[in-house]
Design a protein around this ligand. Sequence first.
Ligand code: CP
Length: 307
Amino acid sequence: MIKVRDLIDPTDFSTDEINEILILAQDMEKNPERYSNLCSGKILAALFYEPSTRTRLSFEAAMLRLGGRIIGFSEPNSTSISKGESLEDTIKIISCYSDIIAIRHPQEGSAKRASLYSDVPVINAGDGANQHPTQTLTDLSTIQNLKGRLSNLTVGLCGDLKFGRTVHSLIKALSRYSNNKIILISPDELKIPDYIKEEALKNTSMEIQEVKSLEEVIDNLDILYMTRIQKERFSSEEEYLRLKDSYILTKEKLKNAKDDMLVLHPLPRVNEIHPEIDLDKRAAYFKQARYGMYVRMALISKLLGVI
Ligand code: CP
């Protein structure tokens, strides 16, 4: 039984609670009719201060598939935020109108701040370069469904590990399962921040290796998690242009990978995975986006206490 009210950080739920969510998501995918009225009469507020395709629309689709309704915005400038209304006041008001809130915001810590002013559960749908816990639920669901386990994995995280919040959350989540090894693949300028590494390693003996070359390690990996270079978080356009093509996964590079390796990506991609890979049986990033909707259905239901 889940007791926590908000999901701000990927470790807000115990691994047992996460397991409950993954199992429920699987059942929701298999038996959608069983759940189609579960959230009847409930309202999800989707507050997106930053652009999104997958997270916002999968939250909205999830609530609609549960029989609930949605309100929200994806253009904060069309709301009273443009008149100077604070995050705190906005949340206080929207928690009067809704039963659960999903918020994406460019500032690190904003989802936590929102949760302090909300009377209803708050879900962090991405706070700046910090965390993206529902992407992590999506990733765990994909790995569990396609690999059958969340432990004994060698996982390569490749690309922008400095600004990539999906990686920050995933590494923390994977550190709680046994015998996982993480290989961080990035240029020096985009290495994972020390505080993320320290937090992830706090209560675990998980092995972490840091390299610059994808080719050097690809043959060892069970999962290759590619990420986009996060243009919007760079202060210098020149620096972005210099680093943007640091890694491009091609058929040629994939030749050395294990036959059953999974290629994951939170998406959107720019050019870090060549479209020729899309037809390779190891490419799982579009399936991953689909699992994201079911896992958000399960999460909403648990946080609303309707199941
Ligand atoms: N994976 C992800 O967060 O995608 P969006 O930015 O499209 O929501």
